[in-house]
Write a new protein. Structure first.
Lengths: 198, 198
């Protein structure tokens, strides 16, 4: 145990996700030895982010304004909506530069084990949004794991009532990977989804 | 990339030791979704620690006062000084409850590869301290790695001039470990340092 506030800061850092007690200690000593201005900047930024960042009222993505920068962008195709679990998925898809539509961020996936049901997700807003606007296609891009699949299946059933075309991202071998290291489910999906090339 | 200050905070967290870009992103989203009061507490604590925590003028340990709590404690044996690399080593040794003397924190170890020489460490203060006070034993407790050994060797030579008895922590098999998994250097040290038991 350290003296007073040093231990307090170690404890606070240890409460952040993915930071164990050793890391928390290392970061705290880094802070003690940092330039005062750097620490002030971090402290102020923390407070500012918490104060100013909120969720886009249309898509649920993080935003500094009522609508996020993607929903505000008139050049995006409002007829395509890609449904993802988290804001970081939006960033991952934006990096591909292949999708020019809008997003809908659920804020998680259905997971009975963690006590997350459909009501805990941004689903009512999605249904309202689809009822209000003319949409050509809803692309389900939840994670390819148990929770993501369950969420996609649930949404597929729900969306049938709206008669909107629904698609899912392809499963298959990751590009740059080795076939022999692919698990059998991925390899099975790659077979199911095989494309005719000639 | 995220919008403005969200990315700024991810970047700031990413600059802390041991936090990669993925962790920085996870922590930032945790902050966005945390209670405002929790974030304020972390931000204030950061600023307070940087402002109030300094290094003990006697031993170099972290402290909120001019002398750290160990140097201030009159019950500690001022005739024993244990030399360590970092404040976290003090905490590790205190946890054993076996040592009742004082410490001297070097602030690192000699490492030519990282450009750390003897002048970058708290060594002048150690020599001054030993010249000023009556010390029965100096225990070198630097890390049992290349840098720690080099630092201990350097200090041993330097301390010879003061005619103070100098000792080093024993090397050997870690308690609870398996002999077969010990590396050959550790096992060699365990042989060298073997104790007669009957």
């Amino acid at each position: 145990m350290y003296e007073g506030i040093i231990q307090d800061l170690i404890d606070e850092f240890g409460r952040l996700p993915g930071i164990g007690p050793k890391s928390a200690q290392r970061i705290t000593f880094h802070i003690v030895q940092s330039q005062s201005a750097d620490v002030t900047r971090l402290a102020e930024l923390l407070a500012t982010v918490r104060e100013r960042v909120r969720f886009c009222t249309q898509c649920g993505n993080v935003s500094e304004q009522e609508l996020c920068s993607i929903c505000r962008d008139a050049r995006r195709d409002a007829g395509l909506i890609c449904v993802v679990e988290e804001p970081k998925d939006v960033v991952a898809i934006e990096r591909t530069r292949q999708f020019r539509g809008l997003y809908h961020v659920l804020g998680g996936a259905i997971s009975p084990i963690d006590g997350v049901g459909p009501d805990d997700l941004n689903i009512t807003q999605l249904m309202r949004r689809l009822a209000d606007t003319e949409v050509r296609e809803v692309i389900l891009a939840t994670d390819p794991n148990l929770e993501g699949e369950a969420t996609a299946t649930y949404l597929t059933r729900l969306l049938k009532t709206l008669e909107v075309p629904v698609s899912r991202l392809a499963s298959g071998l990751p590009v740059g990977g080795d076939l022999e290291f692919a698990d059998e489910i991925t390899l099975g999906r790659a077979f199911e989804g095989r494309l005719t090339v000639s």
